[in-house]
Design a protein around this ligand. Structure first.
Ligand SMILES: [Zn+2]
Length: 564
């Protein structure tokens, strides 16, 4: 180092020390300090509203594959002005809707938050239950006396809960979606309300977990019967024909939907006037996303979200992308079109937020709850994949256990990738559970299309290989709720029947999703480091200066946080 420079740095060091001492001994009154805080020119304005957006079944590659066909104010606004994580993957299986939505605002994996699937076999009742089933509550705003839903099965807190705790309950928290679980799980234990779509009536409904009657603004919204405005409308391609050449042919034989398999789709449910079949079909169109944005605006106005410096939270989950994706697959023209239309829908929503609150006072976090596998018939053209019929797994277990231990109805259920064995029978026969699981597991691993099978004993004792798949299985395993075996298919295979395509695996097409932050306090940039949707909640907690949700396992995405 040249002497002159060295001297200058020594001088700077000495000056710093003098200044530090001066500060230490200066006396400043509380009033002076307050004035200084008010006058500080760079003090960031408080975040008035956090908008948590989930697009149901939205692979990261939708952002790159269709990028040139996006407008400027939708996805591109986030991609150009936000913090974009290009390599965010779920670290749990199964990659299902309820699990992804539970992770979103908790930063917890299913092993921690207990949401191990959309539905699972409940050993206590001997029945399958959903992630939001709650026998103690009733539906509000739908059919009288219909069963309600709640977040009671979710363990631990979310960003919404921590905001409530931090503000003496003043923060307002709302969750909305077409799907019950997607409205309920992100908004946490104690929101002002969670609302989802009732396909019998076309209304937004809730449950007695939250309140005994819908707020007036929701009643008013429902009274307008907005889905009816789309009755008899056609879903046509947004762009000219040539824009869709990157996707598969419009009418692939495996595509299926009640309105046919080819554009344009007439949306009337086959009914003369709007009824349950139309309201059901409506969800499978991009127009239902616009309807949800209309409801988001009604919520912002009805609940006065973002009007003051107490941070509020609105979670919005767009379900139609998933319903369309299951019917057509990720390489279809329909998925391309709903993606392009979602871009326009988001643009409209962001412009509204800017007008209403100002995007510099809004913090947006966007992700997806999972991706999706290519349709097996399509993947097979490229030498990839197939289907594992569920009964091939149960038969393999039954046969192996009958042979080794005697005839019994060993399998209580095979669901959600989990085999639940009859533990009463194992006890009655005085067998060693670990041994029974091992024999069953070996049989499952011989089934065509199965990659690996993990046993409960193996997972709980931590005797797992150090692989990405094993880690995902352990992160998805809750000791009281999972089965005796967890079955993982080979890449591009899935365990399901009667469906065009699905998700649930620990492979990139199911795990790789967008994680994007935009707005107040965010350092724009494209970040290639490993990330996960479980990192969203701790990052938000840090930005909002509140406690991290209780069961969080994610890391703070410090790259995304603007330096002070
Ligand atoms: Zn989903």
């Amino acid at each position: 180092m040249p002497t002159a420079l060295l001297n200058r740095s020594r001088l700077a060091h000495a000056l710093c020390l003098i200044l530090a001492f001066a500060n230490l001994f200066s006396t400043s009154t509380a009033a002076q300090q307050r004035r200084r805080a008010v006058n500080a020119p760079s003090a960031a304005k408080p975040v008035r509203l956090v908008v948590g957006i989930v697009i149901d079944q939205f692979r990261y590659d939708y952002l790159t594959r269709f990028h040139d066909q996006f407008g400027e104010d939708g996805f591109k606004r986030l991609l150009n002005g936000g913090a974009v994580f290009t390599n965010a993957n779920y670290i749990h299986v199964p990659t299902y809707t309820a699990c992804g939505h539970a992770t979103f605002m908790s930063g917890a994996t299913p092993s921690m938050n207990g949401i191990i699937g959309n539905e699972w076999y409940d050993r206590d009742s001997g029945k399958r239950i959903t992630s939001v089933t709650d026998g103690k509550v009733k539906l509000v705003g739908g059919r009288d006396g219909a069963a309600g839903m709640s977040p009671s099965r979710m363990l631990g807190s979310t960003i919404g809960d921590e905001l409530k705790l931090a503000t003496g309950g003043q923060a307002k928290v709302i969750g909305i979606s077409l799907k019950d679980r997607s409205a309920i799980l992100p908004s946490g234990k104690h929101p002002n309300g969670a609302y989802w779509y009732d396909m019998n009536t076309g209304n937004l409904v809730s449950s007695t977990y939250y309140f005994s009657d819908l707020p007036e603004w929701v009643k008013k919204f429902n009274k307008e019967m907005r889905p009816d405005r789309f009755f008899g409308k056609r879903w046509e391609k947004l762009l000219p024909e040539s824009a869709y050449q990157r996707s598969t042919a419009d009418d692939m034989p495996y595509e299926k939907f009640s309105a046919g398999n080819k554009f344009p789709y007439l949306i009337n449910g086959g009914e003369e006037v709007p009824g349950p079949r139309f309201y059901t079909q409506f969800q499978y169109t991009p127009f239902a996303n616009d309807y949800l944005v209309d409801f988001a605006k009604a919520a912002i106005e009805g609940e006065q979200l973002g009007v003051d410096d107490t941070t509020d939270l609105l979670t919005v989950s767009f379900s139609s992308n998933d319903l369309i994706g299951h019917n057509y697959g990720p390489y279809s023209q329909e998925v391309q079109d709903v993606t392009l239309r979602t871009d326009r829908t988001l643009a409209e929503f962001f412009n509204y937020l800017d007008r209403k609150i100002g995007l510099d006072r809004v913090l947006i976090a966007l992700t997806a709850d999972h991706g999706v596998a290519p349709v097996p018939a399509h993947a097979q053209q490229f030498g990839l994949g197939g289907i594992v019929e569920p009964k091939s797994v149960t038969e393999a277990v039954q046969n192996a256990l009958n042979k080794s231990f005697g005839d019994e109805k060993w399998v209580l259920d095979f669901y959600n990738g989990n085999v639940y064995l009859d533990e009463a029978a194992i006890e009655r026969r005085k067998l060693n559970v670990e041994e029974v699981e091992r024999v069953a597991s070996q049989a499952v691993e011989r089934v065509e299309g199965v990659a690996e099978c993990f046993t409960r004993s193996q997972i709980l004792s931590g005797r797992l290989p150090q692989t990405r798949i094993a880690r995902s299985v352990a992160n998805g395993f809750h000791a009281r709720r999972n089965g005796n075996l967890v079955v993982v298919p080979q890449p591009f295979f899935f365990i399901a029947e009667g469906i065009t395509t699905t998700h649930g695996a620990p492979y990139t097409y199911d795990t790789h999703v967008p994680v994007i932050f935009y707005g107040a306090g965010i350092a724009p940039g494209t970040y290639y480091s490993d990330a996960s949707p479980a990192d969203i909640a701790p990052t938000l907690a840090t930005l909002l200066k509140i406690e991290t949700p209780s069961n969080c396992v994610g890391r703070i995405l410090s790259e995304a946080i603007k330096a002070k």
